[in-house]
Design a protein around this ligand. Structure first.
Ligand code: TLP
Length: 360
């Protein structure tokens, strides 16, 4: 979808949040019918919410300004102050949401480290507190699919379903951070409704790979959506003539899932080629969606140094650790852009850094 009027550089692989709205989104935004959404009178928001609920096979949905707010609202809806939320150690809610589960919802995170970010019931069960009056209590289990900080890994459906069944059996709900659930669905060749049917609530982002400029959705039962609706107002997230944004979200929801496979192919190619470069370690077989995280420890340089050298060559990406770098593909970087990025990494790692580069 790269517009020929848009300069190709920089090649921005920092995130799939950086996409600019497509011409179809901009047209829909200009023509959107709007009303005051705090009164529930914005017809475009109402259409987006109805469509999201339909696609996920749920009773209702709510448009929220961001994925972070969506996750926080779900946590607030399922927990009480002083309870605990179980997630994977590198989950977005555990690292990148400003500890809002504690600062605002009053919860303690309990994290487990899972290979590739994929929790199992065996990893979760020991973290669930016994029902004793002097113990803090577990209120919620949260999964993230795809797992961002584990290179866009995807839950095997049976593993996620077993977690939901077993968690329900002990009387607890499961929330899904499905910021990139459409990527998981494409990777598995399954529908988002199938992949999410056992979760009590789902957050998904319109503003990641789907490409909308703003917004995320919560989907679930009518009762859950009523609770997060008033929670959204509490957090100051009630919006007015926001149909201009919902219109872009509707286009993203209807049109982008069909082309997400291109981002996955581009990420696969990127991973294959990066894995061949001396100084980089990466298993390209583990890259199944649109996120590529690789280790540069054996290059003799830090991730920061390499990212800033790449920025000088017009390729943007970000460190995720002292020696790890994340690149995320999306519709504003095409195959040519990916090839330019690969060439830039090769040149950067081949160039003298002022320090010894270990040969591998
Ligand atoms: N992720 C962003 C950064 O915050 C790291 C990115 O560039 O990937 N859940 C997941 C799994 C996410 O990756 C993100 C954003 C969110 C929630 C939050 O969404 P927003 O940014 O809309 O609050």
């Amino acid at each position: 979808m790269t517009d020929s009027a848009v300069p190709r550089l920089p090649i921005d692989l920092r995130s799939d949040t950086v996409t600019r709205p497509t011409p179809a989104m901009r047209r829909a935004m200009a023509e959107a019918e709007v009303g005051d959404d705090v009164y529930g009178e914005d017809p475009t928001v109402n259409r987006l919410q109805a469509r999201a609920a339909e696609i996920f096979g749920r009773e209702a949905a709510l448009f929220v300004p961001s994925g972070s707010m969506g996750n926080l609202l779900a946590i607030k809806a399922w927990t009480r102050h002083g309870t605990e939320v179980i997630s994977e150690q590198r989950a977005h809610i555990a690292i990148y949401e400003m500890a809002s589960m504690s600062a605002i919802a009053g919860c303690m995170p309990r994290v487990a480290s899972a290979p590739k970010g994929i929790l199992t019931w065996e990893l979760i069960e020991p973290l669930i507190r016994p029902k004793l009056y002097y113990c803090s209590q577990t209120a919620l289990v949260e999964l993230e699919n795809t797992s961002n900080m584990h290179g866009g890994s995807v839950y095997p459906p049976a593993v996620a379903e077993e977690i939901c069944d077993r968690t329900h059996a002990v009387g607890l709900p499961v929330h899904l951070d499905g910021a990139r659930i459409f990527n998981a669905a494409v990777a598995l060749g399954r529908s988002v409704a199938e992949l999410t049917r056992k979760f009590d609530s789902v957050m998904f982002c319109l503003s990641k790979g789907l490409g909308a400029p703003v917004g995320s959705m919560l989907v679930g039962s009518r009762d859950f959506i009523e609770r997060v609706h008033s929670g959204r107002k509490l957090l100051g997230g009630g919006m007015r003539q926001v149909g201009v944004l919902a219109a872009a979200g509707l286009v993203a929801l209807e049109q982008t899932p069909a082309i997400l496979h291109v981002d996955h192919e581009n990420a696969g190619r990127l991973a294959e080629e990066l894995a061949r470069i001396p100084g980089i370690s990466l298993d390209p077989r583990e890259v199944v969606t649109n996120i590529v995280i690789f280790d540069v420890g054996s290059s003799g340089r830090t991730a920061e140094e390499i990212c800033s050298a790449l920025a000088h060559r017009g390729v943007l990406c970000g460190p995720t650790g002292k020696y790890s770098i994340r690149m995320v593909t999306h519709y504003d970087v095409d195959r040519v852009g990916v090839d330019l990025a690969i060439a830039a990494v090769k040149e950067t790692l081949a160039a003298p850094s002022g320090r010894a580069i270990s040969a591998r």
